[in-house]
Design a protein around this ligand. Structure first.
Ligand SMILES: Cc1cc2nc3c(=O)[nH]c(=O)nc-3n(C[C@H](O)[C@H](O)[C@H](O)COP(=O)(O)O)c2cc1C
Length: 208
């Protein structure tokens, strides 16, 4: 079979095709899917497709500078990486690679509570502007200990996720037998066996 190159992906649709071909279907569905008939997911995609760039012509573009300030510190671009859980299920070391790319390009990276790398590992391997995402956990002691660890590792901001008092009814995940935090069970283990990759099956913010 001809090996597909990932670096010839010039648009999200192509990247998505590549991911669908390479990943276990349950993992692909987790990244790609949404909740409740995916109506909001489609609405969001449609909303983005209506966004247009406003061309400003006849300007001096000999030096383009998109840098800005946020929370009193400089960033090279007006964007940050949002928290994404389970990245390591798609690519071993994916969280670290993302955090390193963010540091290299001078933008903040947000580590998810559901990440597949630990708070300390990211701080050690990708020193840059780090933010830590936390859920409002029922276990307040665990929440405090995560926040303390992030603080001790020099994360500069806390990102609180407030829209998850209960998990969404993600129908693809239910069909695939996936729960979150993602666990391997009898319904999904076959996909990992059929498409073994470099997935790191480990949890998140636990110390390693
Ligand atoms: C695969 C995936 C995993 C995500 N994991 C988390 C997470 O662990 N914590 C969190 O607060 N948000 C998580 N999000 C939400 C994103 O951080 C972001 O808020 C959301 O995708 C909306 O931004 P977008 O329109 O750029 O996708 C996740 C989103 C996706 C698609």
């Amino acid at each position: 079979m001809k090996r597909m190159a990932v670096n010839d992906c010039y648009c999200i649709a192509r990247l998505r095709d590549r991911a669908r071909a390479r990943l276990p279907s349950g993992v692909f569905d987790f990244y790609d899917g949404g909740a409740e008939d995916e109506i909001t997911l489609h609405d969001n995609c449609n909303a983005f497709s209506r966004v247009r760039l406003l061309p400003r012509v006849l300007r001096n573009v000999s030096r383009v500078d998109m840098s800005t300030q946020l929370f009193g510190a400089a960033m090279a671009l007006p964007m940050a990486i949002a928290p994404t859980g389970a990245v390591g299920f798609g690519w071993r070391g994916g969280d670290i690679a993302l955090a390193q790319a963010a540091a290299k390009h001078g933008i903040p990276y947000t580590l998810s509570t559901s990440a597949t790398a630990s708070i300390e590992e990211i701080a050690d391997k990708a020193p840059g502007r780090l933010w830590f995402q936390a859920y409002i956990l029922q276990d307040k002691q665990r929440l405090q200990s995560l926040i303390d660890r992030a603080k001790a590792a020099d994360y500069e901001a806390l990102v609180i996720t407030v829209d998850l008092p209960v998990g969404g009814k993600r129908e693809r995940d239910l069909l695939n037998g996936l729960s979150f935090p993602m666990k391997l069970g009898y319904r999904n283990i076959g996909q990992f066996v059929r498409k073994p990759g470099g997935r790191s099956i480990c949890c998140c913010t636990s110390r390693r």
